[in-house]
Design a protein. Sequence first.
Length: 312
Amino acid sequence: MEVRWLDDFIALARARHFSRAADERNVTQPTLSRRIRLLEEEMGTTLIDRNSLPLSLTAAGEVFLAGAEQMTRIARETKVRCNEIREQQSNRLTFATTQTLYLTLYHSVLMPFSAQHNLPIDLNLKSTSWVGADFVNALSQGECDLVLCFWHPTMKVARDLDDERFESLTVAREKLVPVTANDEDGRPLYYLPGQKSQPLPYIGYYENSFMRSVLDHFVQQQPEPPQLVTMNENVHSISVKAMIKEGFGFGWVPKRLVNSSLEHGSLSLAGGEEWHVPLEVRLYRNRQNIQPNIKQLWALLEDALASQSLNV
C-alpha cells in the first residue's frame, strides 16, 4: 500500500466520481480504478459502492476514509519534520581538529562562540587522531568545512595549507614549553640543557606529527644544543604529557595543555623562556566552499578577532 493510493481514495471519496477524481490526481481513470481495486484487495472488502450515482462509500469505506485521512496527515507532517532535520543537518558546519586543540580551544572557545550566534557545528571525531596530511586531504575533498590546527613555518602541513585553495585566520597564539615532573621536594626532575655525561630523557614526537619538524628545527638553532636521549615518541601532545607526568622524561607540549598542571604543581617548566617555541593556531577553510553558514561564521570570527572579543 502506497501513500499516494490513500490520496487517490480520499480524492474519490470527495469527488464521488472516478473521472473527476482522476483529473484531480492527474492520472488516467483506469490507473485510479486499478489503485482503488488494490486498496480493496489489501483491505479484503469493498470500499466503494459502484452501483450508486454518484458513487458512495460502503460502511467499510467510511471507516477506511477516516484512517486514510489520518495516515496521510501523519505522513505529511513526518515528511515536513524530516525535511527540517535534513535542512538543519545540511547547514551544520563540520570541524576537524587535533586532540589538543579540541580540549584547549575548540570545546571551550569555538563551540560556545558558534552557539552564541546560532550557527551549529559538529566535530569530526575521527580527526582527533589524524596527522597533518589527513587535514589537508579532508579540507580539499570537502570531508570537513573547517580545520583548526597549529601553524609554524617549518611544518609541512603549514606549507600545504598556505596555498591559494585555502584561506586562514589566526585565532590564537600558543607556545611549546618544556615540562617535567617534580621530585619529592617539588623540584623539576629535569632541566635544560642537560649535560653530555648525563643527557636528559626526552619524550618526543613521531616523524609525521605536527610538532616534530618544529622541535627539530628549534633544537638545531640553539647555540648550546640540549643534551637529550629519546626515551619515547608519540603523535599527540596529550600522550607526551601523560608520559612526562609519569616521570619518564621531559618534553615540549602546548602551554594551554599544561596550564592547570603547572598551576597545581604536578608539572614544572624544564627550562627558561629561551626554550619556549612560539606557535600559531589557525583556522582554515576551502575558498570554494560556498555554504552560507561558513561565510557567516568566518565574518563573525574576523570581527571578534579584530576587536579582541574572542576569549582565547
